[in-house]
Design a protein around this ligand. Structure first.
Ligand code: SF4
Length: 337
């Protein structure tokens, strides 16, 4: 890669280089209307953030807000429509991804659909080892598979079984072992616990945390449920209709959110202790998320925002720093707090 492709301005506010950074990322999907007309679903529209090495950035928002598309575009599973993607200081927006595939992995949401039902668990985990030629003999391959199974709380006996013989939680463990097989640095965790029972969710999240500590992993942790993300994330970004509307340290975001959309998400988090009264009321948003084919003018949240006025319809709010490392996109923050 040429020196030109190296990023020159990749210092974050902690003075270190992020492992992953996106700048003005856009992902538009074309929809044909008639013979010559095309419109675009703006799934991700001008999104910028970074993730430091060893950090977990949570990404939350309702279904269809663009969080999964953001994760997949970073991995170049979709080619970005615009913007730039950096990995460890290198611009990877247009490079051949083969050498990055090992470093950047994904764990999918649905542990039922993401595992080939005709392959044994051993072969599912062994496949990336084969593709990247990471074992020089059958014995080494087998040892690697067993070690990966043990890492995710399974054992050697599971290697010869098929996915249908496993529970949802066990299948997700297999999905994680498959991602770990190539010894990655960065994992996009795409709603990895959403399809699981609540009792299993905590076990899998704890395992993600233990693996992060043991292997120095960096995560982009995507979920629609803020109560899931807040436990594992160092920082959290909130997306609405293809835009990042707020981003802050997890504690700051949960206890001092400023954007009305984030406030509504936080007000929906269940309080575990019934004797603890909520200081803020549950905020119920009116209406549904508008279509990304035809998003509202100005602020995209304005059709559901109780504070919306003329300015909100006319001008898109800037994503600006409102406190140290705390960013939000809203014209009227002073009215809202
Ligand atoms: Fe609501 Fe206007 Fe702020 Fe958008 S810019 S969140 S519509 S007050």
């Amino acid at each position: 890669m040429s020196d030109m492709a190296k990023t020159e301005n990749m210092i974050n506010n902690k003075g270190t280089h992020p492992l992953v950074e996106v700048k003005n990322l856009k992902q538009y999907f074309p929809i044909s209307e008639g013979l010559f007309k095309k419109r675009y679903v703006k799934a991700v529209d001008d999104v910028s953030f970074y993730i430091n090495k060893g950090e977990t950035l949570g990404l939350v928002g309702e279904s269809g807000c663009g969080k999964t598309t953001t994760g997949r575009t970073i991995l170049r599973l979709y080619e970005p429509t615009g913007g730039r993607i950096f990995y460890d200081g290198q611009d990877i927006t247009h490079v051949d991804m083969m050498s990055y595939r090992r470093k950047m992995q994904i764990v999918f949401q649905d542990p039922y659909a993401s595992l080939n039902p005709r392959m044994t668990i051993g072969d599912i985990i062994g496949e990336p080892i084969d593709i990247h030629k990471l074992a020089s003999s059958k014995k080494e391959r087998r040892e690697k598979i067993i070690s990966l199974l043990e890492k995710v709380g399974l054992n050697s006996e599971h290697a010869n079984r098929f996915p249908h013989e496993f529970s949802g939680g066990q299948r997700q463990r297999v999905g994680i072992a498959r991602a770990l097989a190539v010894d990655p640095e960065f994992i996009v965790c795409d709603e990895p616990v959403s399809a699981l029972d609540v009792s299993i969710q905590a076990q899998i999240i704890n395992m993600f945390e233990e693996l992060q500590e043991e292997m120095g992993l960096t995560y982009l942790f995507i979920a629609h449920d803020l109560s899931v993300v807040k436990h594992i994330s160092d920082r959290i970004g909130v997306m609405y209709l293809g835009k990042l509307v707020e981003l802050a340290d997890s504690y700051e975001l949960v206890f001092h959110s400023v954007h009305p959309y984030t406030k509504s998400l936080i007000s929906a988090i269940p309080i575990p202790d019934p004797n603890t009264s909520r200081t803020s009321k549950r905020i119920i948003l009116e209406g549904d998320v508008p279509s990304p084919l035809n998003p509202p003018s100005g602020c995209r949240f304005r059709t559901r925002c109780p504070y919306a006025d003329k300015l909100c319809a006319e001008e898109e709010p800037k994503f600006r720093e409102v406190g140290s490392g705390h960013f939000a996109a809203c014209h009227h923050l002073e009215k809202i707090s």
